[in-house]
Write a protein that binds this ligand. Sequence first.
Ligand SMILES: O=P(O)(O)OC[C@H]1O[C@H](O)[C@H](O)[C@@H](O)[C@@H]1O
Length: 521
Amino acid sequence: MSIECFAMFPKMSATLVVSGDGRYYSKDAIQIIIKMSAANGVRRVWVGQNGLLSTPAVSAVIRERVGADGSKATGAFILTASHNPGGPHEDFGIKYNMGNGGPAPEAITDKIFENTKTLTEYLIADDLPNVDISATGISSFEGPEGQFDVDVFDSASDYVKLMNYDALHGVAGAYANRIFVEELGAQESSLLNCVPKEDFGGGHPDPNLTYAKELVARMGLGKSNSEVEPPEFGAAADGDADRNMILGKRFFVTPSDSVAIIAANAVDAIPYFSSGLKGVARSMPTSAALDVVAKHLNLKFFEVPTGWKFFGNLMDAGMCSICGEESFGTGSDHIREKDGIWAVLAWLSILAYKNKDNLNGNKLVTVEDIVRQHWATYGRHYYTRYDYENVDAGAAKDLMAYLVKLQSSLDEIDIIVKGARSDVSNVVNADEFEYKDPVDGSISKHQGIRFLFQDGSRLVFRLSGTGSEGATIRLYIEQYEKDSSKTGRDSQEALAPLVEVALKLSKMQEFTGRSAPTVIT
Ligand SMILES: O=P(O)(O)OC[C@H]1O[C@H](O)[C@H](O)[C@@H](O)[C@@H]1O
């Protein structure tokens, strides 16, 4: 699990922060990491109390304790439980950028991965007693390079300094309690599943309509809804508290709409942004709702590949204040990670702002009202994602290669499109997304296959970088509707013609043998 860090820093007189990394945190794993650190020359290990370190809190901890310029520690780095070693994303043993607390850039993770291949041994201090990680404080031991300290700290404090909730039994619970109940005075009964558990209470800590069942039912969106009138606002976090889902009463806000709405209201509603936004950014497969806001408000706008690390560079360079991804990640430049609790606070600020004149008994402006008003002003981007999980890796590669080849002839594409649905507009551009980082000039290729239609619709195909078995193909389908009398349709119904086109165009069933996706979001 943590081998990569020793490959990166074979002899460390380093500062190390151990995070439980939400989804995979385990107290046993933390004890092993401490013992490995002790035996390999590390001088200090920081551990979030009880292993409860959320991803945005890790980012905050680096900024607070290590210092953005590294001045507070030498050779500091962050270690998390790695769940996809060697994968194309940032999920290596070390996944944070020492400088800014954001995800490590590819240059670092590639180097770590290369170094892992040369590793021949690492040591574990088996005789070190287990450290009590339930109590804050420093325990000192004799290490090979001198004194070795384990500093157990209160994980919420650094985070709080910088800044109805379902934590799905992930680490968000600790932060939700401190912020929503202790700081903001919410009722404890508004917190669901906020006792972190190593097995997430047997559930799957994914903040979406499928897995956040209890919240979804409480908000009146489920198959078995509760009898009582749903609350006006609901939100969920994932295991490491960096992703979020926002709900209104009987209403789901898509992540793509959420970031656009936060950006549109930020200057008026969120004091941190009152002097203006430096710019906004989204990942390529995220809908273009944010683009429309950026254009209206004359904001700098960036479309980056999937993966949070691309936002960090823009933020460090002072080019971006708010960013988001369709995969339920939303964030701002207060830290360099996506931040589930921040997104909730942003929405609460917008609700408070919209209702500032309604508190004397007038009808409240709801989440649904805010979203519908947004669509009326900016138009609506109907959006859905189809995931084909655990597909044969060879078949997935062949499908992608077929699509790339097809892209060389727009005429051929349009014949297939019109053959499938004559009511869908023409494809005017087809390419593989490539990104040149405006800050460091680095180029990222093969970041997803795009088909762009004349009316602004879009089909995107990508291979997931985080799937664990076989390959996961993601198909993103989007259609723009400017006419405000047509923005209230059911999204699956509105997108049905484009879905048909996408499946024909990609020969999905032929390549994968699948007649339906595993998950539809
Ligand atoms: O490659 P995918 O499976 O679509 O996953 C994409 C996601 O992976 C990680 O969780 C990154 O931190 C996210 O920024 C990214 O959106």
